[in-house]
Each structure stands twice: as C-alpha cells, then as structure tokens.
Design a protein around this ligand. Sequence first.
Ligand code: OSB
Ligand code: MG
Length: 368
Amino acid sequence: MKIDTIELRRIAMPLVSPFRTSFGIQTERDILLVRVTTPEAEGWGECVALLEPVYSSEYVDGAQQVMERFLLPHLFAQGDVNTTDVAPLLAPVQGHRMAKAALEMAVLDAELRLTGRSWAREMGGTVDRVPSGVSVGILDTVPQLLETVQRYVDDGYVRIKLKIEPGWDIEPVAAVRERFGDIPLQVDANAAYTLADAQHLAQLDAFDLLMIEQPLPEDHIRAHAELARTVRTPICLDESIVSAQSCVDAIMMGAVHVVNIKPGRVGGYLEARKIADVCAAHDVPAWCGGMVETGLGRAANAALAANPAFRLPGDISAAARFYARDIVTEPITVEDGHVRVPEGPGLGTMIDQAFLDEVTTSVTTHTG
Ligand code: OSB
Ligand code: MG
C-alpha cells in the first residue's frame, strides 16, 4: 500500500471514576490516535502511552514526538508499505514500542479493511466471544472496594483483578475473597515491591489467587524467578515482557507462569501474536492486558484474545467501565461475562466522527 497521509490526533477522554495504581492516579486520558490513509483505504491506530512515563518509559508527548521526528520519515521513505514491513522499517529506532505499535496498528487496519479480512482471523482467533475481566484500582477503604467489586460482579465480569501496593494488599484481598467466595481473583502490583517483600507476598498464598502480576521492577527477571520459589501464587509478568525474545527468556528462567500480553508494550499486534505462539509452544497460559483503551484498542484486543493461546480472561472490560461515551459507534459491552469478537474487516468498528471531533484537542497531518 502507498501511504498518502498520516494524521496524529490527540483526544481528551475523562474517566468515569479515578483509576489509582501504585504508579499514580488517572482521572482523564490524553490519547494519541493515528489515522493512515492510502489511495484505497484508511486505518486507525491507538497509542497506549500514558500521560507520564510512570508505567513504562514511554509517555504520550514523547510518543508523538518520536513519531514525527523519527518514525514517520522511515515509513514515508518507503514507497510501498505492508504491515509486515512496519516493524523492520522502524527497527533502527530503539525502544518506543508503544509509538511503533500504534503506527503498525493503523497500517494493519487499513490493509485488513482493504482486503476484507478481520482482525481476529489475522490473530489466529478461533472463537466469537472472549471472557471479560475487570481491573479494579486502589481505593481509600475496604468498604469502598467491596462496594466497587460488587458492582462489577453484578455487571457480570468473570474475573476480578485488584491493584495492590505496599499498605494495600493482604487486607483488601482477604476482604474480597471473604465477601465474594471463590470468584476468579488476581492482583497486579505494577512493580511496587522488591524481593525483600517475598515473605510478605507469600501471605497472598492463602487466598487462592490466579496470579500475582508484576510484583517486582521491570528488569528484575532473576528476582521474579527467585520470588517464584518463595510464593506459591503463580507469577505473571506484564511490564517485563517487552518482546517475544524477553518472553522466551523469562519462561526459560522460571520467572513467569502466566503472561500478560499487551500489544502496545511489545511493539504491535504482530509481535503480540508471536508472543502468543511462544506461550502456546511452552504451554504457558496467556491473557490480554489492557491500557484503558478506547473502543479502537479494545476491539483489537478482543480479536487478539480470540487466539487459543489466551487461556485466561483479559482486561477487556466494557467501554462504560472507563468512559461515559466511546469514540466508536458500537462500544464494547459485556454480556453474560463475555465481549463479542469483532467480525467486520479490520477493527470491525466505526468511528463516531462527531464525538471524536468533540474530544479532539489537536490534529497534525503528515505527508511523505
Ligand atoms: O498494569 O495492567 C496494568 C492500566 C494502565 C496501565 C497499566 C495497567 C492497567 C490495567 C488495565 O490494569 C486496565 C484496563 O485497561 O482494563
Ligand atoms: Mg499490569
């Protein structure tokens, strides 16, 4: 495909309630969207970089700048670009995986729409709906947490993930386990602990959790392997898995029992698919993580999670869990604890242009 234009659009999306994690509180998302146009098609990408470099080193202003200064010129330098060319073309630029992923996503969407193929088919999907889990932020009090979890249980979510940090871990987990019986439950620490906390984290073993996600810092792979010898709760890695190679390494080192796959974190949906294949080959269960995406990113995530390597419910909650109104015409809903895998060409969903324009804060258009 020949790329005519690449539009970078920023939107401001308030959250329905603050989302607190060990790395901070989000109340509104500032999201960078990518629209690629070719003579015959257009495609959309969503960059998952957050406002500040607190989850990983990337942040939304930096993602836009690296696109404008370094990534777009590499794409435009090539006359004809297929989706499989994007990662190799951008490889001279180190890191910046979320920025690269958003560009590849837009090109893939254009290519699939042009050829009438669905995202799920491209991802090796085999099911038409996937189980939906919800990620619950840190709250001020345990009663508030129980009330919040109750709402999500009533909404039908089949798995609850609690964000934890030192000072908000054993007690809230015990309370949720006690109140909600044997509901599938897991925790996510976003790297808030160190190996010195191993005995403390072992107290979570009493609550039969599906996993503890990213207890230690991103580059502490060996420490996760060590922790796995002290705690019985399965170890899941999120931040540490930045590529298929790092996934293989973590598996071989015994540092990971369950893999959270986030396409943005690993440089795109094609790399995410590779990681799914790595997990399947090693019989390691995978699940699809979330980055508080709009309906664009969530549609692609639901399609990715239709691949059979995804053996646990993902952070693929309804649009309404984070946003009062979505930028797509058919926002994701949870029915019977599941979300539907999009079937149409590409992302299989349409932009609500009027609402998109309403939330847009800037647009820049780039040509080769
Ligand atoms: O660590 O999984 C995480 C959201 C933003 C940044 C990091 C994480 C999260 C979530 C997923 O917990 C929330 C969601 O998108 O449903
Ligand atoms: Mg996580």
